[in-house]
Write a protein that binds this ligand. Sequence first.
Ligand code: NAD
Ligand code: ZN
Length: 360
Amino acid sequence: MLHKNFKNIDRVVYGRGSFSQLPEIIEPVRKENNRYFVYVIDSFFENKIGAKELNSKPEDLIYYIDVNPHEPTTEQVDTLRDEILSKKGLPSGVVGMGGGSIMDIAKALSLMLTNPGSSTQYQGLNLVKVPGVYHLGIPTISGTGAEVSMTAVLTGPEKKLGLKCDYTVFHQVILDPELTATVPTDWWFYTGMDTYIHCIESRYGIKNNAFSLAYGNQALELCRDVYLNEGSGKTPENDDKLMVASLMGGLSLTYSEVGVCHALSYGLSKVHGTRHCYANCIIFQHLEDIYPEGVREFKAMLEKNNISLPRGLSKTWTEKELDEMAAVSYNLPFMWHHAFGDNYREIATPDYIKSLFRRL
Ligand code: NAD
Ligand code: ZN
């Protein structure tokens, strides 16, 4: 068996106020290429973080991106790349500041600035041939682990699939929990539960190992502090913890794998546009037979934080939609393999997957 040779982030800075170190961190990189930086920032920060707060240079380009109409798309990244190159040529680097959507846009943009053609050509494993430009991530919501992962998930005309390779990983991340203070409570819950589900799925499957468990167990403990134990709730102290949990949950799944909830989540997002973390929550509540302890604890967290999730969604879905969703999920065999073991093909049939969708 070939073991994963994981490319980790080159450098990490963590702590309240560490965002202020950004200019100093990127200064040495400014001599590269056409000597300017591109910032892609979640539009939530449009009137809050500008050139002054970033301490950017007049030659830099700042883009505020609204991630709400849809999750990042291949077309969106290609268009942005074309615009940047035609304006100013190859930048020294890309800084992404926002949630998982912006992390993915920044990672994909960095790759597409140096790789020709459309990003749809690179959706998959190790299809990117040339390293991208320097890229730095500043997460402002904790949970997805996109800050540490090897993939930049994009929705294309055919697939929702990541550009996954060593070059995707950030050169640097700045983890400043202060930036997550403004996250609304419902999203704080859904995105944090993405971390929780990463750890449960990583643990309950054949690819778990001492390495993935060590990260996963620690991240689970942090999630319990944030959502369940005494002192839980959206406090600065818990924001500090959740940012670390997100990173560790990401590392846990990297050394293991995600499972049934994520496989279904991709199908739900692709067909109905449901956002990743929210989709996971909607699905996970119905998987008690597969992840009994995890779902029980998840439900306790729901109750503790007064979160209610929709049910009965599948009543309005057509057979065609169910087929489409099942096809997307079925095409993630490594997740089913991890969850169900070597004879997963006998269990995770398209009919079975459809039956799981009917539970929603
Ligand atoms: P997001 O980036 O989609 O943002 C969700 C919402 O939170 C947006 O409205 C945004 O404006 C807002 N927001 C962000 N920071 C805020 C702040 N500090 N205060 C107030 N509002 C803020 O959220 P997400 O759930 O982190 O990311 C989901 C995306 O991540 C999906 O596109 C999914 O495909 C992707 N993802 C990627 C990976 C990976 O490994 N690359 C893993 C999981 C999910
Ligand atoms: Zn996830």
